[in-house]
Ligand binder design. Structure first.
Ligand code: ASP
Length: 591
């Protein structure tokens, strides 16, 4: 038996017991006549003591050779500590060692295994197994496990059946590039890894399973924008005989349950907002509504004066920054430079100081009088003491820029509080979006999403105006879930593929299996998928999903620990009947 207790378990009630413990050497303090060792495992730290008087000589000598991260086993007696450590659950006791076995030696770790380590990100990822020994990483993984189990239990209790769907499939249309896997047995042909189990879960509904869920890996070969992973986990769900309201209710239930169970936070009804409203009020389809700073459109009150910048703009829009009048000129200039950075792209920023005495001082005083500025304050909801920031230009770009500024200011002002939760459903997304580059419509959610029945006629006349029965769940300004009511009728599905620019043959070749299934009695159905990594990160009060993934990839999509992706041997290539394009770099790296 390697251990009778864990290293987080022993306390004063165990004094006098003989115990066996195993674990890693966290720290050795060697005073010559006395040695203390902190022994660590997942559960905590127990202090071991070896001393000249009470410990056999050979064991004391052996203990002197222990190094950091050695894996050891000891047998000894639990004794009361002379100087207790109230910060440690085991702080009242120590174990006087009688037997010591080194189970495995360890090289000196490349960074310190402490809560605050000296190891940089890349190094920690290379030795992720050592990183996982550190409390913050370990706690995050345990936290994730807890959330996952709560999800599983909740959905199982609600009658959802957990079904695994295949990973080796063919292209799924979630809008990203597929990862492909060459088939040896079907040469010249490729599987695609699922971007999500979308079509399979719909087929499970045709199969009559009624309520499905799966905690499942999804794969998308995208350029990795901040905090994305090429493989990530979804809580994927589908239900039959449901309307949008049924799905929202079911998953509002799950989210509330998690907030209650994990954070002890009770959220009454989730807010709801249409996509259009979200874009107008916040310039963003995943607004953080924990703080105000709603957009105030100023076209009516700011145009047709002598300020040409505004006169020529499609949209003039502002926000009131609470208490912002206290900003110095230098701080305001900093904001102006911030919005002008290429990442944001604004041409400039007009501002209005709202003085405590009710007067205004703006950067465009030449063109606007106090009455004009009072109208701006009214439109943006600014109070005395606030600062109004105004951007102008093409509507979509200006809204996006102001949204970025709003989030930045909220961050700076400490308005995005980790322990405050606001959940919001965004509904009525457009069904399609026009892509200038390819001169085609794209499905905003995916091609299986049903249009709102009342908008179906517009499919022929004004497709861009059609709203979808699609919804996103937004938590604290992050999209944590999204789904839709699906098309379940073959002819409507085929019309949708037409609109998306598929020829009949292409649609048949790619999605014939689904349209065929629709001919055999497909029930009305709909569903949703949550991004588990992000959900866990937000519940954990952090925003980086990497911190909650055991073995994440870096920004270049690489696993630096196992060094993947990697080349394959000539034999493997030839077995797959594959030849790499003539590229010297690639060639020379083949084994
Ligand atoms: N498959 C969709 C996605 O991955 C979710 C859904 O529509 O249920 O975003």
């Amino acid at each position: 038996m390697y251990r009778t207790h864990t290293n987080g378990e022993l306390n004063a009630s165990n004094i006098g017991n003989t115990v066996t413990l195993s674990g890693w050497v966290q720290k050795v303090r060697d005073k010559g006549f006395m040695i203390w060792v902190d022994l660590r495992d997942r559960y905590g730290i127990t202090q071991l003591i070896f001393d000249e008087e009470r410990t056999p000589k050979d064991i004391l000598a052996h203990a002197q050779k222990l190094g950091r991260e050695f894996v050891i086993q000891i047998k000894g007696k639990v004794i009361e500590r002379s100087s207790k450590n109230p910060n440690l659950p085991t702080g009242d006791i120590e174990v006087l060692v009688e037997e010591l076995t080194v189970l495995n030696k360890a090289l000196l770790p490349p960074f310190t295994i402490e809560d605050k380590t000296d190891g940089g990100e890349e190094l920690r990822m290379k030795y992720r197994y050592l990183d996982i020994r550190r409390n913050p990483v370990k706690e995050n993984l345990i936290f994730r496990s807890k959330v996952t189990q709560k999800v599983r239990n909740y959905l199982a209790n609600a009658g959802f059946v957990e079904v695994e769907t295949p990973y080796l499939i063919k292209s799924t249309p979630e809008g990203a590039r597929d990862f492909v896997v060459p088939s040896r047995m079907n040469q010249g042909q490729f599987y695609a890894l699922p971007q999500s189990p979308q079509t399979f879960k719909q087929l499970l509904m045709v199969g009559g399973l009624d309520k499905y869920f799966q905690i499942v890996k999804c794969f998308r070969d995208e350029d990795l924008r901040a905090d994305r992973q090429p493989e990530f986990t979804q809580i994927d769900c589908e239900m039959a005989f449901v309307e949008q309201e049924d799905v929202l209710e079911a998953f509002e239930g799950l989210t509330k349950h998690l907030l209650m169970e994990i954070k002890g936070v009770e959220v009454q009804k989730f807010s709801r907002m249409t996509y259009e409203e979200a874009m107008k009020k916040y310039g963003n389809d995943k607004p953080d509504i924990r703080f105000g700073m709603e957009f105030g459109e100023l076209n009516n009150v700011a145009q047709h004066k002598d300020f040409n910048v505004f006169n020529q703009a499609e949209l003039v829009v502002g926000i009131a920054v609470p208490g912002g009048n206290s900003y110095s000129r230098k701080e305001i200039d900093k904001l102006v430079n911030w919005v002008k950075r290429p990442q944001i792209g604004a041409k400039g920023m007009v501002y209005v100081r709202c003085n405590e005495d009710g007067s205004y001082k703006s950067s465009v005083d030449k063109f606007y009088n106090q009455e004009d500025l009072a109208a701006w304050a009214k439109a943006t909801g600014a109070n005395p003491g606030d600062l109004i920031c105004v951007l102008s230009g093409e509507s979509w770009a200006t809204r996006t820029q102001l949204s970025a500024l709003r989030m930045e200011l909220a961050e700076q002002l400490g308005l995005r509080k980790k322990d405050e939760f606001a959940a919001l459903w965004i509904t009525d997304f457009p069904l399609l979006e026009w892509d200038e580059e390819t001169k085609r419509y794209h499905a905003m959610h995916h091609p299986f999403t049903a249009p709102k029945p009342e908008d179906i006629d517009l499919l022929d006349t004004a497709p861009e105006k059609v709203r979808a029965n699609a919804y996103d769940l937004v938590l604290n300004g992050n999209e944590v879930g999204g789904g839709s009511i699906r098309i379940f009728d073959k002819s409507l599905q085929s019309k949708m593929f037409d609109l998306l620019g598929f020829t009949k043959e292409e649609a048949q070749a790619q999605f014939g299996f689904l349209m065929n299934a629709f001919q055999y009695g497909a029930p009305p159905h709909g569903g949703i998928a949550f991004g588990l990594d992000r959900l866990v990160a937000i519940l954990g009060g952090q925003e980086t999903i990497r911190d909650f993934i055991a073995f994440p990839k870096n920004n270049a999509g690489r696993d630096v620990m196992i060094d993947a992706p990697a080349t394959i041997s000539r034999e493997q290539l030839s077995e797959l009947n594959l030849k790499l394009l003539d590229n010297n770099n690639i060639k020379s790296s083949i084994k």
